[in-house]
Write a protein that binds this ligand. Structure first.
Ligand SMILES: Cc1ncc(COP(=O)(O)O)c(C=O)c1O
Length: 393
């Protein structure tokens, strides 16, 4: 057969390949200083600890680690996740948790469970591409909501909600991918009030909340004020331990979790038991807290270097977010600059970034770019920023 078009489902016809995957090859060329990646630095992975824990658990607990397990997740891990969430202000216990194969699966499960073709999902401008991919894959329609430095602009959300029936809002309040922004608590309250008034569900995706580099960042979860049970809170160990462990979770109202659990049964029966067992043991040994401190220290300096260099080279020519946490700063160039049109020159000059437009569902953002400070050394960040300045001279 040469074409399979006739076999594809309605949803498959709506699949969108990641517009930034194409840049992945730029990230691994050692001659290119890359601000383009979207992944944690492998030097932050607690590899020795994971190796030791894995070897021990496989030998001593094979009936758990190498066996199928409960769809909800390892009970002790669910309890630990609930404890982590309580520290973030969320009232919950282990029974309110569904573990997932990374928070990416959580996005897919929620999309599968609540969206029909044509349903409207409100997303931030810009938003995480893996999130929009999950919604497009269910044939949803995406409506962009404006952000400023305080997070979602309530008037913009109100306007979208008054024109169209929103079923779901997708938001990343803590150090958003891609913009690095932290939504203020006042904005979170305003967003919840709008959700209440217009009766839509909210996905609060929080993989970066623990990666914080300043003292005064208030990362208290929106979910902590969710009096009507409309927020699904998503978390992940990817950025604080290792994304290869594929361990994420959803905290949500019991009636919704029951449906999501059935969706997960159909998707994969259960998340990897070895992954969960490793995470569970590391948390139970009390190693997560110190690990998070190490990860923060690792990125804090790099973030500072990148901000310094932005200041040095781009003052008066661009604005950027302060990246008080997370892995990214977001640059908005003044004037009529198309960042996608300059990527070839950038690569020829030995530096890479991600043009911002693919993160906008409304086709805007041509003058924006995402830069990560996660990958390169301080020295290479300095050199890379000088190269970037030449590209945008
Ligand atoms: C905002 C956001 N959500 C979800 C994910 C998926 O993470 P994971 O599936 O590894 O937990 C990412 C990964 O980069 C992300 O940036």
């Amino acid at each position: 057969m040469t074409t399979y078009e006739a076999f594809f489902s309605r949803d498959a016809r709506s699949f969108r390949p990641s517009a930034i995957r194409a840049f992945a090859k730029l990230i691994n060329d050692p001659n290119i200083i890359s601000f383009a990646g979207g992944v944690p630095n492998p030097d932050t992975f607690p590899a020795e600890s994971i190796a030791e824990v894995a070897a021990k658990l496989i030998r001593e607990r094979r009936a758990v680690t190498l066996q199928y397990g409960p769809t909800r997740g390892l009970p002790r891990l669910c309890d630990s996740i609930a404890a982590l969430c309580r520290e973030r202000g969320i009232e919950c216990d282990g029974g309110d948790v569904l573990t997932t194969t990374g928070s990416q699966q959580a996005l897919d499960l929620v999309a599968h469970t609540v969206l029909d073709e044509g349903d409207v999902v409100a997303v931030e401008l810009p938003t995480y591409i893996g999130g929009s991919a999950s919604f497009f894959a269910r044939s949803a329609e995406l409506a962009g909501v404006a952000q400023d430095d305080e997070g979602i602009v309530p008037e913009s959300l109100r306007e979208v909600a008054s024109k169209r029936r929103i079923k779901l809002l997708y938001t990343i309040p803590n150090f958003q991918n891609p913009s690095g922004r932290l939504m203020t608590q006042a904005r979170r309250t305003a967003v919840l009030e709008i959700a209440e008034k217009h009766d839509f569900l909210v996905i609060e995706d929080d993989p970066y909340g623990e990666l914080v580099y300043v003292d005064d960042a208030d990362t208290t979860a929106m979910k902590s004020r969710d009096s009507s049970g409309r927020v699904l809170y998503l978390g992940s160990f990817s950025k604080v331990l290792a994304p290869g462990l594929r361990c994420g979770w959803i905290v949500g109202p019991k009636a919704l979790l029951e449906k999501l659990e059935i969706a997960k049964q159909a998707a994969d029966l259960c998340s990897g038991m070895l992954d969960q067992s490793i995470v569970d043991e590391i948390v139970a040994r009390g190693e997560l807290g110190p690990q998070i401190e190490r990860v923060r220290a690792f990125y804090r300096g790099k973030r500072g270097t990148m901000l310094e260099e932005l200041q040095r080279h781009f003052t008066g020519r661009a604005r950027w977010t302060s990246a008080d946490g997370g892995l990214f700063t977001w640059v908005t160039f003044d004037g009529d600059i198309d960042t996608a049109a300059r990527i070839e020159t950038a690569v020829a000059n030995g530096v890479a970034y991600i043009p911002g437009a693919p993160f906008f569902v409304d086709g805007s953002g041509r003058n924006t770019a995402r830069l990560t400070f996660a990958k390169e050394s301080d020295e290479r960040i300095r050199e890379g920023m000088a190269r970037l300045a030449a590209v945008f001279a």
